[in-house]
Design a protein around this ligand. Structure first.
Ligand code: WT7
Length: 655
């Protein structure tokens, strides 16, 4: 892990108070109320989490222990209890008028839309759950989803949760090879996919990638493939293995009792990139995740009954899990799911969805906001977005210019901006303003949510001083924390809990981000301190891209780093040395980019490939990425280069 240093700290002086009207009706309506809650939890965290779990979730059997932290870093929450996430998201809303409330609004790319009430969604989920059972899938069987943004994606997730089959959603933009790796690692029993999806005005096939992933018996555990019909493209079906969703699901009964699940039963696995090795399967379990998605959604959006919430993420990422599907539905809210994306033919696509569905809570990524800024305010000014109450951002640091633009142009100065810091591993938001309480500063995620023992620390686990850089860490378990890495508990310990130890000898959760805290205690997240690159908020490991590059026959060695990018946050630069006798032509660069796209997915394609005869290494053979990062950014190589083995390499790499 690299050292965090802050040479010049840009001080942001602007502060925006929560709108008085919002604060007046808010669940947490002032800083005094926030502090009071924080103090109440600090006095007895277990009592608070226990009380929230009892009040906010339905239990088939009550739990007897709130938290068992006797074997860190393996936490056990709400032991003894049984509950079901799908029950909490659906069944418990069916007793009263909420049964007829809209649960899900789906807007298709070509402009088709579908509405599901809570009762409708419950029926669909039960049918899908019975279909899975008919295929012989039951409690504990891992089901992969490789889906476009269609309602069936959410329905399939809930159906899995209903029968206790953990899901593993694989982003539809990943390649067949990336899918195969995840299917093998998980030991997946069934795959739910679609013929294709609509992307940027045209149908894009998805099922062929599943066929390629499964070819030649590569994934022997996969017995079934269930295919949703979306684009109606001609689709090859393998007899005995592949079934159409509409044929199997529609004939099922709409009655399927939710399986009582133990609190710590696995709920889902979601792969994410780390600094080393292959992507790791982050494991979340039933009750703790449910409580955290539920509570954070309520808090950060100050949820009201008539809210219409739209999170623009894909369900293939944790943001989609927690804030398109589980957080909103667990709270009985109305959630919007959109298949499309803004594109040249429809630059106002997002604003049109907000106007059409009267969206009140909007949650998107800084990358998207920066792209909107580029096309000018004329586009959003054309739409009526007066229903908006709160604007959220997630995924990467937001620069103050983009923050101000979001506030002024989209929110007309009326809507609080909530910059939410969290990770796949944390299950839900950890650091964020509370819209009715927290004064905001452009570019700061502000303060930890109540009960979150966040800190900025040095290598020894000591809190650093005001405006000093350090590592973002969490001192105490929280309900939504990941429980392990699928199949590799030691990797879980090593990746997150061995970097920093507190004075009491307890390990701290190491997030992998650098941060500083200002005089008001506000957090300013500065980005990754490991070899993780964030492209448009999507997390990619340098090593993953390097492995993809060296799997090409022309490549001898590769080192991949991020460089600052105005639009995407970070771009990818690959330094490549070739096999003897191969020339670094432009055509080879194009081919290598395509190769990475095939191995991982288009988001991992390097923006630039630099061929060189050698890479800067230490005497022990370790690639000095710090030097490559400076070179990629066009900066002078500063700091200590004395450990560099061959100094002439540096000159050759400068362009
Ligand atoms: C990494 C986690 C959590 C959902 C989306 C990404 C970066 C996330 C912020 C923010 C600065 C942020 C961090 C983090 N990140 N939110 N508000 N400000 N950085 O989930 O793929 O697990 O990535 O995204 O670097 O570690 P993820």
């Amino acid at each position: 892990m690299s050292q965090v240093t802050i040479e010049s700290v840009l001080q942001e002086e602007r502060v925006f108070e929560p709108p008085a009207e919002l604060a007046a009706g808010a669940r947490i309506g002032s800083m005094a109320a926030y502090r009071e809650l924080v103090e109440r939890i600090e006095a007895d965290p277990d009592a608070f989490w226990g009380e929230q779990a009892r009040e906010q979730l339905h239990w088939f059997e009550p739990f007897h222990t709130v938290l068992d932290w006797s074997n860190p870093p393996f936490a056990r929450w709400f032991e003894g209890g049984t509950t079901n996430l799908a029950y909490n998201c659906l069944d418990r809303h069916l007793d009263g008028p909420r049964a007829e409330k809209t649960a899900l609004i789906w807007e298709g790319e070509p402009g088709d839309s579908r509405h599901f009430t809570y009762r409708d969604l419950h029926g669909e989920v039960c049918r899908a759950a019975n279909a899975l059972k008919a295929l012989g899938i039951g409690k504990g069987d891992l089901v992969a989803l490789y889906m476009p943004m269609v309602p069936e994606a959410a329905i399939a997730m809930l159906a899995c949760a209903r029968i206790g089959a953990p899901h593993s959603v694989v982003f539809g933009g990943f390649s067949a090879e990336a899918l195969r790796d995840r299917l093998i690692d998980g030991g997946v029993k069934a795959v739910i996919t679609a013929d294709g999806g609509f992307r940027k005005d045209k149908p894009v096939a998805l099922k062929p990638a599943v066929d390629r992933a499964l070819a030649d018996g590569a994934c022997p555990t996969v017995e079934h493939v269930l295919v949703v019909r979306r684009t109606e493209q001609p689709t090859a079906m393998e007899p005995g293995r592949d079934r159409w969703w509409h044929e199997l699901v529609e004939v099922q009964s709409a009655d399927c009792p939710a399986e009582p699940m133990a609190s710590e039963d696995r709920l889902f696995v979601l792969y994410t990139s780390g600094s080393t090795g292959k992507p790791k399967g982050v494991v979340h379990t039933t009750a703790g995740y449910n409580l955290w998605a539920h509570l954070t959604f309520q808090w950060i959006f100050d949820l009201r009954d008539d809210d219409v919430h739209w999170c623009t993420a894909d369900v293939g990422w944790i943001t989609g899990h927690s804030y398109i599907v589980y957080g909103p539905l667990s709270n009985g809210a109305t959630t919007v799911m959109y298949e499309g994306a803004p594109r040249p033919s429809k630059p106002g696509a997002f604003w049109e969805v907000i106007e059409k569905h009267k969206v009140t809570l909007f949650y998107t990524a800084p990358t998207a906001i920066r792209a909107f800024m580029k096309s000018g305010r004329e586009v959003p000014d054309h739409y009526d977005m007066s229903t908006l109450r709160i604007l959220g951002t997630v995924g990467e640091p937001i620069n103050p210019e983009a923050w101000m633009w979001y506030r002024e142009v989209i929110g007309h100065g009326r809507c609080p901006i909530i910059d939410t810091w969290w990770q796949t591993e944390t299950g839900g938001v950890m650091i964020s303003p509370l819209p009715g309480a927290t004064p905001t500063k452009p570019g700061s995620a502000t303060l930890p949510l109540p009960g979150i023992a966040a800190d900025v620390v040095d290598n020894e686990g000591h809190s650093v001083g005001v405006d000093e850089g350090g590592y973002l860490a969490v001192r105490r378990p929280w309900p939504g924390m990941m429980r392990t890495v699928h199949g590799d508990p030691e990797r879980f310990r090593r990746s997150y809990w061995e970097h920093i130890t507190g004075d009491d000898g307890r390990p701290l959760y190491f997030a992998g981000d650098g941060a500083r805290r200002d005089a008001d205690g506000y957090y300013w997240v500065m980005g990754r301190v490991d070899d993780v690159i964030s492209v448009s908020g999507h997390r990619l490991g340098s090593m993953e891209i390097e492995s993809a590059l060296v799997s090409h026959p022309a490549v001898a060695e590769a080192a991949v780093v991020g460089r600052p990018d105005d639009l995407k946050g970070e771009g990818i630069v690959a330094f490549v040395t070739l096999q003897a006798g191969v020339d670094g032509s432009e055509a080879l660069g194009v081919e290598l980019r395509r190769h990475v796209g095939t191995e991982i997915g288009p988001i991992a394609r390097p923006d630039e490939i630099r061929f060189s005869d050698a890479l800067p290494k230490t005497r022990s053979g370790k690639i000095m990425r710090r030097i490559l990062r400076a070179l990629a950014a066009g900066e002078e190589v500063s700091g200590d280069t004395s450990t560099l083995e061959d100094r002439s390499v540096l000159d050759a790499l400068r362009v």
